[in-house]
Design a protein around this ligand. Structure first.
Ligand SMILES: Nc1ncnc2c1ncn2[C@@H]1O[C@H](COP(=O)(O)OP(=O)(O)OP(=O)(O)O)[C@@H](O)[C@H]1O
Length: 252
């Protein structure tokens, strides 16, 4: 049986705009499982990013409970949040956010330095990760000297340096052209095949088809889900057809 690495109980998130209160996540009970490539889909404004931020400590929630890796983070203080973020989680976003004055190598290794690790071992790991992501010739370039796809692969290497238990990704291919996007999706698929748990928000059918479980969000609630487990590593085309049919039924 799969182990839940994220569990929400009666999760609610509202925003206040002036006197108006917008309920974005409504009383959500959800489990996300270890080893899964979980996809969060839904129409624009459905609350996908809001949910991702609430379950990943990136934003506070209004009510309810979130258990992350078996720990109730509801009452975590800033230090505890910083620790779980650094040790157990990684984030890959559309905006990439590499530090412009650091080389690709420095962007990756800098994130890994900690008093409990030798600098040498972190540097070696950064080199290995950059190599794994096909960037061995670019390690001493600056972000301004490489393409969007190379930057996004660097962001993935940076995300992996601390061996996160969960990767959270929000539209990681959103700013890339389709061939660069494919490269990034292939990397995420490979990582998931190696056991990495990933939770990804996407609008993109091709990206969604890489997951093994798709959650469809509507008005801040889970309005349906699709498992692709039965397809194994079947062809991408077959996966895309199954996902397309599911989304069509949801009037996506
Ligand atoms: N900081 C905020 N303050 C006020 N309203 C917000 C805030 N963040 C999000 N919202 C509102 O919450 C709703 C859900 O936003 P969210 O970004 O989660 O949607 P989404 O499903 O990810 O949409 P998209 O696919 O367009 O990115 C939207 O109506 C948005 O305007």
């Amino acid at each position: 049986m799969k182990r839940a690495i994220i569990k929400t109980t009666h999760l609610c998130k509202s925003f206040s705009i002036g006197k108006e209160k917008l309920d974005i996540i409504n009383n959500m009970n959800l489990e996300i499982y270890e080893g899964d490539f979980t996809i969060i889909m839904g129409s624009s404004g459905a609350g996908k990013s809001t949910l991702l931020y609430a379950i990943s400590t990136m934003d506070q929630y209004s009510q309810g409970k979130v258990e992350l890796l078996g720990k109730d983070i509801t009452s975590f203080n800033e230090n505890q949040i910083a620790k779980i973020r650094k040790n157990d989680m990684a984030f890959i976003f559309q905006g990439i956010n590499l530090l412009p004055d650091m080389t690709l190598f420095e962007n990756v290794s800098f994130n890994g330095y900690s008093p409990s690790k030798s600098k040498k071992s972190v540097n070696q790991k950064a080199q290995l990760l950059l190599k794994k992501l096909g960037l061995e010739k670019d390690v001493y370039k600056y972000p301004s000297e490489v393409s969007g796809g190379q930057k996004q692969r660097t962001a993935i290497a940076r995300a992996l340096i601390n061996e996160p238990k969960i990767i959270f990704a929000d539209e990681p291919t959103g700013a890339l052209n389709s061939s660069m996007g494919m490269v990034v999706l292939d990397i995420l698929t490979q990582l998931n095949n190696e056991g990495q748990s990933i939770v990804m928000v996407t609008h993109d059918l091709k990206a969604a088809s890489r997951g093994n479980r798709i959650l469809y969000l509507k008005d801040g609630r889970i309005d349906g889900e699709l498992s692709l487990d039965h397809l194994g590593e079947g062809s991408l085309k077959e996966r895309e057809e199954v996902v397309y049919k599911f989304l069509n039924e949801k009037n996506w």
